[in-house]
Ligand binder design. Structure first.
Ligand SMILES: [Zn+2]
Length: 289
């Protein structure tokens, strides 16, 4: 998921070769939230390769996956998922129906995993998945989703970032299951890997992954600073903080910006730097501590 305004209209080829170890196949699920759709990846160099993420489960995906397999000259060894949002796990069943009972590995999440009719092989932080020419190491990176795993491709020191870093736009921190403090810690963790390329779940590949992570962190920190300043100026309600911080943006952006500001305030609350009056965070009165 990403912010709709920047994701629409981006064109990407259905199948593309992004490195000697990485072929991308587009999930065929473009919309306001997924932009050009979900990137699914064939990883490795051998006759059997890992399929990383499976798209949403739309019919048009399987022929594109076939095209990618043909281009790579390979079959699927197993399926590995970044997280259980429907645009990542949703195609797993279709791929199994077409390619046999492949193993599907992810960090389990009872809420997300139910209803997709696939048996999950549980993996966690530090898990290593190997195929010819590629070694993937899982990094638990919550914040966008509790079950989110990124994968370091050791041979390239590149990272499959899932929805934590995107080729275009900004990651959404959902009110349900999202957490900005966790997310910032996850970004720091990814940065510590000093990645070369980042392969995101949406949008084009990112040539300088480390620079992009620094940019993401700086952007969130700058926003937090603006929010703190708006609070210091006496703005206690989220709509008032939004009006100050997003003054340069059209009104249409102000309503969706409320949840973003709310995620910042909840982060500050967890850090003991803000407190609220009121049970419902988005409706509460907030002040700095
Ligand atoms: Zn997601």
């Amino acid at each position: 998921m990403s912010k709709p305004e920047v994701m629409l209209g981006l064109e990407m080829p259905d199948v593309d070769v992004w490195s000697e170890r990485v072929v991308v196949a587009l999930g065929q699920n473009p919309n306001m939230f997924t932009g050009p759709g979900t990137n699914t990846y064939l990883v490795g160099t051998g006759e059997e390769r890992i399929l990383l993420d499976t798209g949403q489960g739309v019919g048009a995906y399987l022929p594109v996956l076939e095209q990618a397999l043909e281009r790579a000259g390979c079959r699927i060894q197993e399926i590995v998922l970044t997280h259980g949002h429907p645009d990542h796990i949703g195609g797993a069943r279709d791929v199994q129906d077409a390619h046999g009972a492949l193993r599907v590995s992810k960090l389990p999440h009872s809420g997300f995993d139910a209803g997709h009719a696939v048996e999950i092989t549980p993996i966690a932080d530090g898990a290593v998945i190997e195929t010819e020419g590629a070694t993937l190491r899982a990094l638990h990176t919550p914040g966008h989703a509790e079950d989110h795993l990124c994968y370091v491709l050791e041979e390239e020191r590149s990272i499959f970032s899932g929805d934590n870093v995107l080729g275009v736009g900004t990651t959404v921190i959902p009110a349900e299951g999202g957490d900005l403090l966790d997310y910032m810690n996850s970004l720091e963790r990814l940065l510590a890997e000093e990645p070369t390329v980042i392969y995101p779940a949406h949008g084009p590949k990112i040539a300088d992954g480390t620079a992009k992570l620094q940019e993401y962190i700086a952007h969130r920190n700058a926003r937090e600073e603006q929010i703190l300043e708006a609070m210091s100026a006496g703005n206690a309600r989220i709509q008032d903080i939004v009006a100050v911080v997003y003054a340069a943006y059209p009104e249409a952006f102000h309503l969706p910006a409320r949840s973003s500001v709310c995620s910042h305030l909840q982060k500050l609350e967890r850090e003991g730097r803000a407190r609220r009056e009121g049970d419902v965070p988005i409706e509460a009165r907030w002040e700095r501590v």
